[in-house]
Design a binder for this molecule. Structure first.
Ligand code: HPA
Length: 283
């Protein structure tokens, strides 16, 4: 049978509802950043294999489980997706965004996407965290291509403030509060899986890209389509191709993401709690 995105999300959400009530806020954890999920208190852990239509997750550093738990003993409950599916694994764009649509059907209202990315603009160094203020979709794919399904969202969704200004402000305030340096920039999403050539990186810089990666853009499009409020953070794990003498390597990406762990965790703990407050206020 053809994969019907709405029915698939509905079935997956129903399976999650059987396990626990949806929190207001969720985060998708990128390569090497999955450790955040282990910090959640009184966790309910749901392996992706137990959620209908979730594809198995192939890349090292992506564990493939949804963890629901609270941010500290008295903090709000959030959901963390450790591990995501990528276009480069051969999944269709609809499959790539199925977890995001599942969160929406389940009842989540605010979503943070995180990723590992290569730094393009000069101010970005490995280990930096970057607030994503906008993106450029260069994957050649859009998850909304196909028959319009009004249950999922409008035919032509607005993307002019895809990264919600209030959620971005909440993350800026969280960073300041926890003494975490938070850069800002535009994320360019490419299909991968080969890293870029130096000429491609020079092109991305001309186009206005500050960082580059292989995820996130399709998820943001589907989330905005569904009316979720979205924000994003990149962990800069390397200088983009041609900007350093070193060849690019996934092991380095994971190792650098691990080194940024304490800042990343502090930013997420404070940021998600502020975003939860915004959602609860219905702002
Ligand atoms: N390019 C694309 N994706 C990435 C990079 C990069 O340099 N670093 C981490 N993910």
């Amino acid at each position: 049978m053809r994969f019907d995105p709405y029915t698939a999300a509905d079935e997956a959400a129903a399976a999650l509802t059987e396990r626990c009530k949806a929190p207001s806020v969720a985060v998708v954890l990128g390569s090497g950043l999955g450790a955040f999920a282990d910090r959640l208190h009184e966790p309910t852990i749901v392996p992706y294999g137990e959620i209908p239509h979730f594809p198995s997750v192939g890349v090292r550093g992506h564990a493939g489980r949804l963890v629901v738990g609270s941010l500290g003993p008295d903090g709000p409950r959030v959901a963390a997706l450790a591990g995501r599916v990528h276009l480069y694994e051969g999944h269709s764009p609809a499959q790539v965004v199925h977890p995001v649509r599942t969160l929406w059907k389940w009842g989540v209202r605010g979503l943070m996407l995180t990723n590992a990315a290569g730094g393009i603009k000069a101010e970005l160094s490995p280990g930096n965290l970057m607030l994503i203020v906008d993106h450029i979709n260069l994957t050649g794919k859009n998850p909304l291509v196909g028959p319009a399904d009004p249950r999922l969202g409008p035919r032509f969704p607005d993307m002019s403030a895809a990264y919600d200004p209030e959620l971005c402000d909440a993350l800026r305030a969280a960073a300041k509060d926890r003494g975490v340096a938070l850069r800002e920039g535009v994320y360019t999403g490419l299909a991968g899986p080969s890293y870029e050539t130096p000429a491609e990186i020079r092109m991305l810089a001309v186009l206005g890209g500050d960082a580059v990666g292989m995820s996130t853009v399709a998820e943001v499009i589907a989330a905005r389509h569904a009316g979720l409020r979205v924000c994003g953070v990149s962990c800069i794990t390397n200088l983009a191709a041609g900007l350093s003498a070193e060849p690019l390597d996934h092991a380095e990406v994971e190792a650098t993401a691990g080194e940024a762990r304490s800042d990343f965790i502090a930013l997420l703990e404070e940021g998600l709690s502020r975003i939860d407050e915004l959602m609860e206020r219905g702002a």
